[in-house]
Design a binder for this molecule. Sequence first.
Ligand SMILES: NC(=O)c1ccc[n+]([C@@H]2O[C@H](COP(=O)([O-])OP(=O)(O)OC[C@H]3O[C@@H](n4cnc5c(N)ncnc54)[C@H](OP(=O)(O)O)[C@@H]3O)[C@@H](O)[C@H]2O)c1
Length: 248
Amino acid sequence: MQPITVLVTGANRGIGLELVRQIVARQSPPKHVFATCRNPDQAKDLQALAKETPSIDIVKLDVTDYATLRNTVVPHVQSKVGDLGLNLLVNNAGVLIPDELAKVTPEAMREVYEVNTIAPVMITQAFLPLLKAASARTTGGLSCSRAAVINITSKAGSCGDNTNGKYYSYRCSKAALNIATVSLSVDLKGDGILAAVLHPGWVKTQMGGSNAIHELSDSAKGMLDVMDRLTENETGKFFEWKGNEIPW
Ligand SMILES: NC(=O)c1ccc[n+]([C@@H]2O[C@H](COP(=O)([O-])OP(=O)(O)OC[C@H]3O[C@@H](n4cnc5c(N)ncnc54)[C@H](OP(=O)(O)O)[C@@H]3O)[C@@H](O)[C@H]2O)c1
């Protein structure tokens, strides 16, 4: 894939930061990479990367702040990309509150749903005009070069894969994100926009913890390889970072 414009949420650390790092290091890197995070002032690693990579634009965004999204972030991106639109939107920001039946609370269920499910849908809605503009610049099949929404989900949101139980708030939020992505794939196909969910593996990040089995660099590279291969045949599907399809 060779998107000209890309936006990644939650890009200050973990998988989001590594995706940005690898996207700008590609052979044909995008012209604009919008790396959003809640606290740009504290995003030292992202700042260091942006200092040596002029295409990176660090944008302040709490993904649940829909007013800032619409009134500030989308207009900013629009002003920078102009007619290019937005080729690739990666909804990566996410939260996990570990729970089990005896401990789960309504507050935790709502908080996790807000970040992991509602925000990616609202961000996609807000960027739809820019995704459509990018898509309209080319004809042909669906791809992450043309226009795509990639939602970073988790295998924890797979009903078919759930043999360990627990994690009510997280599992529900990701299962809901999965079905939202299927709706996006149906609704946006006619506009030439692809939508898919990717599971990054169990990755060594703050969320994944130190027992995680996969390296950040391998996971991000794997997911970018999968994005490279996505076509209209794969829109609306659920893949893990090595490219295998995951049961819903
Ligand atoms: N690591 C794994 O093993 C694993 C497995 C399956 C799926 N995933 C998924 O992969 C994605 C990235 O996870 P990760 O492992 O990189 O986690 P992480 O290291 O905990 O990073 C989470 C990122 O999300 C951001 N974030 C959380 N709430 C936000 C909000 N309201 N607004 C803006 N940004 C917010 C965080 O920003 P702050 O620094 O401001 O908190 C941080 O940048 C998530 O969607 C996660 O569910 C991860």
